[in-house]
Design a protein around this ligand. Structure first.
Ligand SMILES: C[S@@+](CC[C@H](N)C(=O)[O-])C[C@H]1O[C@@H](n2cnc3c(N)ncnc32)[C@H](O)[C@@H]1O
Length: 235
């Protein structure tokens, strides 16, 4: 199965520990007006930004993730536009004030396509507009996720997540064992590839921008062993 098809159903449960609130507090006052959240997934950040009064559009490649996001926004009576699109093909009919891409979205873009993608984002922003995104760091992908295996057991699903470190990427195979009834489980597989991008490489693609980098867990100065790095790039 393609990335984020079966995972969409369990994504919010699996992300239970992710600090969306802290991340939102860190970025909310840096952003005003109209924005696009790329690789918005189940919409956790898009919805927080919309609730904060920003006019939001959420873009994602996975229809299943967007379905989850749409339902959540509907429940909260939020007017968010959701678009099922490959963000590397982004084309807006007018420039916006800001663009976000949180929690690994950039790791799904092959290094050879990254410059073109950043250029598209640049063209989609007003002068002075901000692009806030993060990446899972090279350290996290190589030394923590690398060739490792992770499993978790929930009431209705158990998963085994096995990674294989390649040259500049990590291939991730997730086996979900979904409870049907009693002791009967259905096994469904899904595969992802995340690309490793060094800070220097990302900065080299952002030459036209003013860029600041932060640690994605404490929002302070980045360290050699930061697992997530947040980039604030201003056009
Ligand atoms: C780890 S999830 C992050 C979702 C969300 N931003 C969050 O913070 O929870 C990564 C998301 O990137 C999306 N994605 C991957 N490649 C994409 C692409 N080329 N265009 C748009 N979305 C993409 C996936 O469908 C998935 O929803």
């Amino acid at each position: 199965m393609g990335a984020y098809s079966i995972l969409a159903k369990y994504y919010d449960t699996l992300m239970g520990d992710f600090d969306y609130d802290g991340y939102f507090e860190f970025i909310k006052d840096k952003l005003v007006g109209e924005g696009v959240d790329l690789a918005c997934g189940s919409g956790e950040m898009t919805i927080r930004l919309a609730k904060d009064g920003k006019k939001m559009m959420g873009v994602d490649l996975s229809g299943e993730m967007l379905n989850v996001a749409t339902q959540k926004a509907k429940k909260r009576a939020l007017d968010v536009k959701w678009i099922n699109l490959d963000m590397t093909q982004l084309e807006l009919n007018h420039p916006v004030d800001f663009i976000t891409c949180v929690c690994d979205g950039i790791n799904y873009i092959d290094g050879k396509d990254l410059q073109k993608f950043f250029d598209r984002v640049y063209d989609s922003l007003k002068a002075g507009g901000k692009f806030i995104f993060d990446v899972s760091s090279q350290y996290k992908l190589e030394d923590i996720l690398g060739d490792n295996l992770f499993c978790e057991d929930y009431d209705d699903v158990t998963y085994i997540w096995s990674n294989a470190l390649g040259d500049g990427f990590v291939d991730m195979d997730i086996d979900f064992f979904e409870k049907i009834e009693g002791d009967t489980y259905k096994r469904i597989e899904e595969s992802h590839r995340q690309y490793i991008h060094s800070v220097d490489f990302i900065k080299s693609c952002l030459k036209n921008w003013r860029v600041e980098v932060f640690d994605g867990e404490n929002y302070g100065k980045p360290k050699a062993k930061s697992k997530r790095l947040i980039f604030i790039a201003e056009k």
